[in-house]
Structures are given as structure tokens and as C-alpha cells.
Design a protein around this ligand. Sequence first.
Ligand code: ZN
Length: 143
Amino acid sequence: MEDKRNIGFDGRVFLEEFEWATYRRRKPVRYIKRAKLSKCQWCGLPESPGNPLQNAHVISFDMGVIELALTPDFLDSSANIVTAHRRTCNKGSELSLLESMKRLRALGVTQLPQFLPSWVHETWLETSADSSTCSDPSGAMTV
Ligand SMILES: [Zn+2]
């Protein structure tokens, strides 16, 4: 099972800039290890002959690598995999960019890599305002 050619990212959530630059030239491969569950985590039903279950990424693999510079290891980890019906539930279980950012915040991520484009950082700041439970009526920035 262990392939010495895939040495991984030492548990890192984010890519280094040079790694990200490489993956923008050519996408990495998906490598989901987690076994499928017996029921869909989206609708709660078992698979049927015409609609099998499959493991799907919550934060989409391509968006995670390219827009957010997440490591393939993180994207393929159990925290980011759900079992869902291939035909009906797979797309519904995949988050938008904004939702993906909120999920990262919920997982404790406080900062994106500086090398990401400014529009990504602007979107990231939007999720900060959304998820803030402490609203200051004066509108002052709280750090
Ligand atoms: Zn389903």
C-alpha cells in the first residue's frame, strides 16, 4: 500500500508556493483511502443498482488545490470525505468556495497563504465577517 514515491506533505494543510505553482501547471491525483460507508451521508439512504455510493470530497479537490492551495493529503483526508450517491447527492455535498472557506475556519484555519491572489484573500475576509459572533455596532475591527 505505501508507495515511497508518494512521500506526502508531513501533515500540512497548505502547500508551499513552489508546490502550488507546480500543481497549477498539472493537477495532482486523488488518492482517497477511507472506506465507503453503507449509507449516504447526504440523504441517509443505502445505494441502489442505478445509483451507487461513492466517496466524494467536501471541499472539491480541484478548487482546494488551485484556489485555496490546500495539500492533496488534506483534501483526501477523512475530514474532507463524505460517502454520497453518485447521481443525486454527490454534487449537493460539494461546497462552494465561500462555504469551503467557512469550513476551513470551522476547522481552525485562521490564515490563507500570502501567495494566493488578492481576490481569494478578499473572499476569505468576507467569511470572517459572516462567521463573527461578536458584532461591534461601531464597526471597529476586532483582531
Ligand atoms: Zn444520497
